[in-house]
Write a protein that binds this ligand. Structure first.
Ligand code: NAD
Length: 416
């Protein structure tokens, strides 16, 4: 495939996919999108950390060949104003695995979020957000070490589908007439209208991925989070389809919460995984008061958006929480925060969210030793209380480092 602006590194090899599994060479090409605002600062720092960990872990036997891809403001400069070039999407499909910095989305009309467009164009249906505590990170909880949760958020449906009709528009009037006159619906005059599609196929592929993750990573439970008491045919249906899938495809490994008490006296049988569900609003309380009861969570788009930021705040905030958007094989890892424009090009912010997204990426391609080196180095750097400004203001007696110095501190521990 030939590209206009993208250059595939000559000595790297493409990742293959065989029988649904990644086939990763020792010199894979991985894509990266620098991102807008603070993106270049945190990407520059993180690339150095990932490369150092791979070099230390494999002593030259393995090496990532990075390929720069373009989206956002940098793309607009290269592709005559196009913020979302088609060839970047083609390259992500060809490379299978990529990582991106944050991208600007102007608020209000005319400009769809690039992040949402990317997820929908590439059908990256699972947003995966692991949230766990790293020793030494400032937290408002008394026992933050109890948090070790992976949220699987459905990425393509729900109110994010973009099916909305503006108050006063012709389309809005047409839909309002239909709803009132043919469906008997009642609502205020001139209400803006939005549609919340939740399908069995969309729900089941997300929940299947969450359950499979729980099995592959020896997790204890999967919780379906929904607001089905109010939205019965969307959120309630998500829960019902989840249990249907659990029975049909994973009946031998999953135990329903009712059965735990009816059949097993409340004691989980060895090697099995509990599947339960909780209403979304109480989840916000439970994740603060009893986080140890949760492990893998599967939920719809909007619930997942709120829940993952709230949970991240308990263990250091969005400056550190990593994330990924995953289809069946193609995966795009990303910082979970935005572009923080007021800090752009100041070499100041925390690169940890992007850096840990890269740790997830290394685990995704099976390079666990390199990932582990970064995890361990991070704990050591926290112990030294050498941190970026956002953590420094929460930690007494800490030293404030720039983005690049923080990366240097990590690299020094990786080599130690
Ligand atoms: P933001 O996450 O960019 O920033 C909010 C605040 O969080 C910042 O002012 C800063 O105090 C703090 N912060 C964020 N990242 C940090 C880091 N790495 N280290 C230390 N502190 C950090 O959110 P916003 O201001 O609401 O959004 C700015 C822009 O980013 C908007 O255009 C928005 O659409 C976009 N955005 C993009 C993504 C994405 O690309 N995935 C996600 C969220 C927002």
């Amino acid at each position: 495939m030939s590209y206009q602006q993208i250059r595939l590194p000559e000595n790297g090899k493409l990742i293959g996919v065989k029988n649904g599994k990644l086939d990763v060479p020792d010199n894979p090409i991985l894509g990266f999108v620098e991102g807008d605002g603070i993106g270049p600062d945190i990407m520059r720092a993180s690339l150095r950390v990932w490369d150092a960990a791979v070099a230390q872990a494999y002593q030259g036997r393995r090496k990532v060949h990075w390929c720069e891809l373009f989206m956002g403001e940098k793309a607009a400069g290269l592709y005559e104003g196009d913020f979302f070039p088609g060839e970047t999407l083609d390259a992500i499909r060809q490379l299978t695995v990529a990582i991106k910095g944050p991208l600007t989305t102007p608020v209000g009309g005319g400009f769809r979020s690039l992040n949402v467009s990317l997820r929908q164009e590439m059908d990256l249906y699972a947003c995966v957000r692991p949230v766990r505590y790293h020793d030494g990170v400032p937290s408002p909880l008394r026992r933050p070490e109890e948090i070790d949760v992976v949220i699987f958020r459905e990425n393509t449906e729900d109110v994010y589908a973009g099916i909305e009709y503006e108050s006063g528009s012709d389309a809005n009037r047409k839909l309002a007439d239909f709803l009132r006159n043919e469906m008997g619906a009642r609502f205020f005059e001139d209400a803006g209208l939005g549609v919340k599609p939740i399908s069995p196929a969309g729900s089941k592929r997300l929940i299947r991925k969450a359950i499979q993750y729980a099995i592959d990573h020896n997790r204890k439970s999967v919780t379906l989070v929904h607001k089905g008491n109010i939205m019965k045919y969307t959120e309630g249906a998500f829960r019902n389809w989840g249990y249907e899938l659990a029975r049909e495809e994973f009946g031998d490994i999953l135990v329903l919460e009712d059965d735990l008490w009816n059949l097993h006296d409340g004691v989980m049988p060895q090697g099995k995984i509990l599947i339960k569900d909780r209403i979304a609003d109480i989840m916000f309380q439970l994740l603060q008061l009893r986080p140890a009861e949760f492990d893998v969570i599967a939920t719809m788009n909007l619930n997942g958006d709120y829940l993952s930021d709230a949970l991240a705040a308990e263990v250091g905030g969005v400056g550190i929480a990593p994330g990924a958007n995953i289809a069946d094989s193609v995966a795009v890892f990303e910082a979970t925060h935005g572009t923080a424009p007021k800090y752009a090009n100041q070499n100041k912010v925390n690169p940890s969210s992007l850096m840990f997204s890269g740790v997830m990426m290394l685990e995704y391609i099976g390079w666990n030793r390199a990932a582990e080196l970064i995890n361990r180095a991070f704990v050591e750097v926290m112990k030294q209380r050498t941190v970026t400004y956002d953590f420094a203001r929460l930690m007494d007696g800490s030293t404030t480092l720039s983005t690049s110095d923080f990366a240097d501190a990590l690299i020094a521990r990786i080599h130690a």
